[in-house]
Design a protein around this ligand. Structure first.
Ligand SMILES: Nc1nc2c(c(=O)[nH]1)N[C@H]1C(S)=C(S)[C@@H](COP(=O)(O)O)O[C@H]1N2
Ligand SMILES: [Mo]
Length: 390
């Protein structure tokens, strides 16, 4: 059992920053020691087929999410890909169509980019009335350091034609969406980024995650990483890149993963793209019991799209007053920022609602109300965490 525990410790590498704690505290608190049986923190299963797993947000304690706790969002069964036979096709509005092996990609100049991925449906389970889709709590979000080649370097090897508009990344995974809106039979997962975004050097075709080879669930052997955008744009198991000469209008950015917008009073269906400013509370967890008149470290994470988080505030009086939380470490582009707020629970027992609200460098703040034009996505209004003071 000791060995199991130490393996778990090494694997999760969470001794980082925990030197002040005794091993006993670590085991008891962090591994959830119950009746002598250590249970390492685990992903929360939301659906089994396809597999959808949520990061256990109460375990948030460091900037980088360990690979085995990084949330998983799959639409189809995980494709079995062999690194030796795997190929990447680049085709469409290019000068020369290409077929690349994994070794050819690995020999290209690589870079490492930290980026937070959030599923556009994150926090969906907290909506009232309930909406369809995977019932995520607040944990369909994680942060990792991705290593790979810039997408634009691969595109340049093929040579973009002047009429290139969108870059479609297609995954090897395939299946039929049987619930409304249905797919036209079996389709591949595919999603585009406009050329202007694809030109950014930090948009990657990544083969490593936190220094390790990509796991099957996260897109082995190669996936797109589109920093600042909702996770849906970061296509896993990429085997084909299609450069289009007109805007791409695929299933996963029209019937699915789209929102309504109303430019000039005209309703449009728009693919969702940039992540929205958002803070989540990791602890306390909903319904957590806290003793009266006690010091409590409220903490969590906050992130935004193509900007940086500059402020997080906390309210314990239903939004009447807000106090600044402390932002931990420095802001990194396209990454969440951890924050904490030393709170003292009230002397009187009762239910207390905690709220956190983030603001970014552009002055964007979280709304207090849900916007139904966002359909079942982009849930970033301020969400309450009720705790039980007694
Ligand atoms: N090929 C493929 N890529 C995909 C998906 C998928 O189902 N198939 N899911 C997308 C969605 S909606 C999200 S939120 C992210 C999740 O990435 P992760 O599973 O590594 O956390 O992958 C995206 N890329
Ligand atoms: Mo997603």
């Amino acid at each position: 059992m000791i060995r199991h525990t130490l393996n778990a410790l090494t694997r999760r590498d969470f001794l980082h920053g925990a030197s002040a704690l005794s091993l006993g505290v670590l085991l008891g608190d962090h591994l959830g020691l119950q009746g002598g049986e250590p249970t390492p923190p685990r992903l929360i299963t939301r659906t089994e087929s396809p597999i959808n797993l949520e990061f256990p947000l109460t375990e948030l304690n460091r900037f980088v999410t360990p690979n085995d706790l990084f949330y998983v969002r799959n639409h189809f069964p995980v494709p079995a890909l062999d690194a030796n036979t795997w190929r990447l096709r680049v085709e469409g509005a290019v000068e020369r169509e290409l077929t690349l092996t994994l070794d050819e990609i690995r020999r290209m100049p690589s870079r490492t980019v930290p980026a937070t991925l959030e599923c556009a449906g994150n926090s969906r389970a907290l909506l009232t009335p309930p909406v369809r889709g995977v019932q995520w709590g607040n944990g369909a979000v994680s942060n990792a350091e991705w290593t790979g080649v810039s997408l634009i370097d691969v595109l340049n090897r093929a040579g973009l034609r002047p009429n290139a508009v969108d870059i479609v990344l297609e995954g090897a995974d395939r299946g039929e969406i049987a619930s409304e809106p249905r797919s036209p039979g079996a389709i591949h997962f595919a999603r585009s980024v406009p050329l202007a975004k694809a030109r950014q050097q930090d948009v990657l075709l990544a083969c490593r995650m936190n220094g390790a080879e990509l796991a099957a669930n996260h897109g082995f052997p190669l996936r797109g990483i589109v920093p600042g955008w909702y996770g849906v744009a970061s296509v896993k198991w990429v085997t084909r890149i299609i450069v289009t000469d007109r805007p791409y209008n695929g299933f996963f950015q029209s019937l699915d993963y789209s929102i309504y917008q109303r430019p000039q009073g005209l309703v449009t269906v728009t693919p969702l793209s940039e992540m929205q400013i958002k803070a989540v509370i990791a602890r306390p967890s909903p319904g957590e019991r806290i003793a009266p008149n006690t010091a409590y470290r409220v903490h969590g994470a906050a992130w935004t799209g193509e900007s940086e988080v500059t402020r997080v505030e906390v309210s314990s009086d239903n939004g009447r007053t807000w106090s600044p939380a402390q932002l931990l470490e420095n802001a990194r582009p396209n990454c969440w920022r951890l924050w904490e707020f030393p709170w003292r629970s009230p002397a009187q027992a009762g239910r207390v609602t905690l709220l956190a609200r983030a603001t970014d460098a552009r002055g964007n703040s979280q709304p207090m109300q849900r916007d139904t034009d966002r359909r079942t996505y982009m849930i970033n209004h301020v969400l309450p965490v009720d705790v039980d003071v007694r």
